[in-house]
Design a protein around this ligand. Structure first.
Ligand code: NAP
Length: 435
């Protein structure tokens, strides 16, 4: 039984094991005449070993079959996506709008609109361009999805303007269909804050528009070499008029299986509800999400509320540090360390984003002022620690007296200590003794 196994085994290690086994078998055969019971035991052990070796082979074969099955499902999914490509409208064709439109164009038709004239850039990307001053022409492009990629600051006014035209468009379509109302486009935002756009869209968009809140946790710099492994946060917010409440599902672990969800009044709905409009809305949302999935994003379903809680202590401080370091005018040197290269990278990526984006993060992050205050305090604490060390270091000439950067309370404390020392020295001198 050693031959087929030895021939098929690819590694030296396994061949050695096999040789060891076969010589053991020969030994067993030689001694078989003298002890039949021993022989039975050794054969049993060997069988057991062979089953163990074979188990790994069998598992690898099963793994290969499953990998082929997964590849088939992915291909089928891709062709389903490509068979019925979405027409995606992008509102706001600035830095981020252009970045995502380029990828969307691989999967469907893209129509962009913005304040500035981006016709030339759009043409190069195979994207149709319509000026923002003509929203009717934009909506006449029969859009399945509208992605809002304008600045955080202009989001409210942009949605407010668009809502009027979306409402008129839905009335026109209902009139064309003899009074039957058809679902409006799926509206998606990509803002770096989440609770603010969620509320604005729920308040202002007509009820026939489904809503998806998203935040791609990357941008033109971090996603320049592809989106693989980058986080994409999303919340299915409204489907067929039902407002979802994912925070209830997050709290209720039984509901977090994504097959069901609670609406804002606590009613449980199923993802595959027996209702045409719901199924169609869900399908359109899934097709849009599949684009990010196909690009390799790490899909993170999360409520807007939870997103903002996490982002408060990560995103704003990253941008704040990048801006602070950037304002020091740091430049590469011929002897940069890896650490300094990371600092320059942080400065580069954060200052490449617009100040509007930074201000939007500050304005809509309830924690931003607190973060700034804590950072100021932390700088004082770190410098104060240095001064404490310096005080104990007899070999160092104290810098603190001329050092304007230490905190005022530390400076006061050090002045009092210094005055006391001088007074003590004077008193001892008066008494004619050494302190
Ligand atoms: P931004 O400065 O936040 O937004 C620029 C876009 O907003 C441009 O399309 C601009 O249009 C439009 N805009 C600005 N003021 C406007 C107004 N009053 N009315 C209508 N449109 C206005 O820079 P961005 O990096 O392109 O970001 C766009 C959105 O994507 C933001 O909401 C941001 O939070 C989000 N996002 C950005 C990143 C990133 O890495 N940059 C990552 C994830 C999400 P014009 O160019 O035509 O003036």
């Amino acid at each position: 039984y050693t031959t087929p196994f030895a021939m098929s085994s690819p590694t030296n290690k396994r061949n050695t094991e096999t040789t060891r086994l076969s010589s053991k078998t020969k030994q067993t055969k030689l001694s078989s005449s003298s002890n039949a019971e021993d022989d039975t035991t050794s054969a049993g052990e060997n069988d057991q070993r062979m089953i163990e070796f074979g188990k790994l082979e069998a598992l690898k074969r099963r793994e290969a079959v499953l990998a082929r099955l997964l590849a088939d499902v992915r291909n089928e999914k891709l062709s389903a996506l490509r068979d019925r490509p979405l027409t995606i409208g992008v509102v706001g064709f600035g830095r981020f709008g252009q970045f995502i439109a380029k990828t969307f164009a691989k999967y469907g038709r893209v129509v962009a609109t913005s304040r500035s004239d981006y016709t030339a850039i759009a043409n190069k990307m195979n994207v149709t361009y319509v000026p923002l001053s003509d929203p009717e022409a934009f909506l006449a492009e029969k859009l399945d999805v509208i992605v809002l990629a304008v600045s955080i600051l202009s989001f409210d006014s942009t949605v407010r303007d668009f809502a009027k035209y979306l409402k008129a468009d839905s009335e026109r379509r209902a009139k064309d269909m003899g009074g039957i109302s058809l679902p409006g486009p799926l509206v998606v935002d990509v803002l770096s804050v989440k609770e603010h756009p969620r509320q604005v869209m729920l308040d202002l968009l007509p009820p026939d528009c489904d809503i998806l809140c998203t935040h791609p946790m990357f941008g033109p710099d971090s996603g320049a070499n592809g989106w693989h492994g980058l986080n994409f946060v999303y919340e299915r917010t409204r489907i067929d008029g039902v407002i979802l409440d994912p925070s209830a599902a997050e709290a209720d672990k039984d509901d977090s299986d994504r097959e069901s969800f609670r609406d804002s009044v606590g009613q449980v709905h199923y993802v595959h509800e027996n209702n045409d409009a719901h199924v169609e809305g869900m399908d359109r949302m899934e097709r849009f999400l599949s684009i990010w999935e196909e690009e390799g994003c790490n899909m993170v379903p999360m409520s807007c509320h939870a997103h903002d809680d996490y982002a408060a202590n990560s995103q704003f401080i990253t941008h704040l540090m990048g801006r602070i370091l950037g304002s020091q005018g740091l430049k590469p040197t011929p002897i940069d360390t890896k650490g300094f290269e990371s600092v320059l990278k942080l400065v580069g990526t954060t200052t490449a984003d617009s100040f509007d984006l930074f201000y939007g993060l500050y304005k809509y992050n309830q924690n931003s002022e607190n973060i700034i205050a804590k950072l100021r305090g932390a700088l004082d604490d770190v410098v104060d620690n240095l001064v404490e060390f310096e005080k104990k270091d007899k070999s160092a000439a104290p810098k603190w007296a001329k050092n304007m950067t230490i905190s005022s309370h530390k400076k006061e404390e050090l002045c009092i200590e210094e005055e006391k020392k001088e007074q003590d020295e004077k008193s001892f001198a008066h008494l004619g003794v050494q302190p």
